[in-house]
Design a protein around this ligand. Structure first.
Ligand code: ZN
Length: 337
């Protein structure tokens, strides 16, 4: 997984590549940011870029791994002797013994690589005693080793650990970046990818966890509701439409969850209509495959109405969170759109 194959982070990744090319990688860094945006992949890309035998150079990446030589392939398979990944075990925690083991190993020269790379994934899963065990090594790092801490909850790390590791901040990916990865690497159709990306908060991990059929159905329902409400404000038709929002069978928990997914879809479409109505940057549109339909909607949903509708969807989601009945929430919302 060389840098060039990782989605997004268009400033951070070239910067890391340049630092590695100039041999000025600090002995310890923290990759911090939301889950599922590519932090661990980046840690592996760093390990490869450092230890690749045929590194490549491009205008974007001063030093990037080839991805094909023996060290690159061994790192990708997790069997390179100088690239050690520590992660939580079955207990959900990183145990002090796991860290003591890598600390011991990091004292020796690398077996075959240029530098040993120790990746501590979900570093926040190490309790304070385990983090303290690591601290001394971070204070006086062995010259031939690099420690890469990865965390989506960096505030759970000890301040003393944080102060030893320069923090590289990963932001969420754009919906377009998430959708592209879902299509290219996970075989999603464009509609499914866009629907999943629009509901994923910029996280590929989150998009993959959700059920794409449910999301596609939710987006179809949300789109139909907006088209109908744009056309007519007849209250009887609106109450009928509210049934579309709650339609489906299941346990009460499943019903609530299904409505929440449809509401988030409605919110995502309204956000896009707002972007079109305000003539903002079109690249920000999450549901880009529906752009022409959204443009038609923006004739009835001007900036003010869109904003009010978006706020109403937000209130509906809050009410649902607080245990309001799905039917009451749906009826109320349809009269507000
Ligand atoms: Zn290589």
């Amino acid at each position: 997984m060389p840098f060039r194959t990782i989605a997004g982070h268009s400033r951070l990744l070239p910067l890391l590549s340049r630092v590695i090319a100039r041999d000025s990688m600090p002995p310890a860094v923290l990759l911090a940011g939301p889950a599922g945006v590519g932090k661990r992949l980046t840690a592996m890309a760093i390990a490869q870029a450092i230890n690749c035998q045929q590194p490549r150079s491009s205008p974007e990446f001063e030093r990037d791994a080839c991805g094909e030589c023996a060290p690159c392939r061994r790192i990708a398979r997790g069997v390179h002797p100088d690239v050690i990944v520590v992660e939580p075990g079955d207990s959900g925690s990183i145990m002090i013994d796991q860290l003591r083991d890598v600390i011991d190993r990091s004292q020796y020269r690398p077996f075959e690589g240029r530098r040993r790379v120790v990746i501590i994934d979900e570093a926040d899963a190490a309790g304070p005693p385990a983090q303290s065990a690591l601290l001394k090594t971070l204070e006086e790092p062995p010259s031939a080793s690099v420690f890469i801490l990865v965390s989506s909850i960096p505030d759970a790390l000890l301040p003393t650990v944080l102060s030893r590791c320069p923090r590289l901040r990963f932001g969420p990916l754009t919906p377009a970046e998430v959708a592209r990865v879902l299509m290219q690497e996970h075989g999603y159709s464009e509609g499914d990818a866009r629907a999943a990306a629009a509901d994923a908060d910029g996280s590929i991990g989150r998009a993959l966890e959700s059920q794409s059929e449910d999301l596609t159905d939710a987006r179809d329902t949300a789109q139909r509701i907006l088209q109908e409400t744009a056309r007519s404000d007849d209250p009887v038709r609106r109450i009928n439409l509210a049934r579309d929002l709650t339609e489906g069978k299941g346990t009460p928990a499943e019903e609530r969850n299904r409505l929440a997914v449809r509401l988030r879809s409605l919110g995502s479409l309204l956000r896009d209509v707002g972007i079109i109505a305000s003539r903002a940057e079109r690249g920000m549109i999450a549901n880009a495959d529906l752009q022409s339909q959204l443009e038609k909607l923006s004739a009835s949903y001007d900036a003010d109405r869109t904003l009010r509708a978006y706020a109403a969807v937000d209130r509906a989601l809050t009410a649902l969170d607080r245990n309001a009945s799905p039917k009451v929430v749906a009826d109320w919302l349809l009269l507000e759109l």
